[in-house]
Design a protein around this ligand. Structure first.
Ligand code: PRP
Ligand code: MN
Ligand code: MG
Length: 181
């Protein structure tokens, strides 16, 4: 397979910057959930990197579960219609739940997820996202922890994909135009 770096335009956040920020977020989560029994819910597939780094940077106990969801309609996510491909295995009733995401783009995925998980009556429900695009938000989502606000450009790496690829890139970068051809 070809070298990933040939497909990149510019690096938005280096792996060092990301690691430093994840460490800060982990400290905040440790502090905020001190003495509680935290369940972190990752959204597949994008959240895989931030979840594994966040968990390992935390000093307190936590447990993890995953959901896989997909927006459907005419191939676009703009409908906001989302379906569950893989549900939680954990009963979150009366649990302290933190949703972990790689990115909030339009916010449609998370607004669906929050609505869905709230109906299961958790004790608390908060959101952590590594990246957020404030200029792309079409619906208001109350995010407790944000790694970085970034410009409204298409970026890949650290879990973020283009057609399933580039998730394994350590940095977060924009794609060179030739990739889209
Ligand atoms: C991406 C990303 C978020 C969501 C954000 O997931 O990981 O989950 O889109 O977009 P939104 O705010 O506009 O809803 P995607 O659906 O591409 O699946 P993936 O995580 O498997 O890449
Ligand atoms: Mn995702
Ligand atoms: Mg994706």
């Amino acid at each position: 397979a070809a070298d990933i770096s040939q497909d990149l335009e510019h690096v938005l956040k280096t792996s060092d910057e990301v690691a430093t920020r994840v460490g800060e977020l982990a400290q905040q989560v440790d502090t905020d959930y001190a003495g509680r029994d935290l369940l972190m819910v990752g959204v597949l597939n994008g959240a895989m990197m931030v979840m594994s780094d966040l968990m390992r940077a935390m000093k307190s106990h936590c447990t993890v579960d995953w959901m896989a969801i997909s927006s459907y309609g005419s191939g676009t996510r703009s409908s906001g219609v989302v379906r569950i491909l893989k549900d939680l295995t954990t009963d979150i009733s009366q649990r302290d739940v933190l949703i972990v995401e790689d990115i909030v783009d339009t916010g449609l995925t998370l607004s669906y997820l929050v609505q869905n998980l709230k109906s299961r009556e958790p004790a608390s429900l908060e959101i952590l996202t590594m990246f957020r695009k404030p200029d792309a938000l079409t619906t208001s989502v109350d995010v407790r922890y944000v790694g970085f606000d970034i410009p409204n450009e298409f970026v890949v790496g650290y879990g973020l994909d283009f057609a399933g690829r580039y998730r394994n890139l350590r940095d977060v970068a924009t794609l060179a135009p030739h990739v889209y051809k």
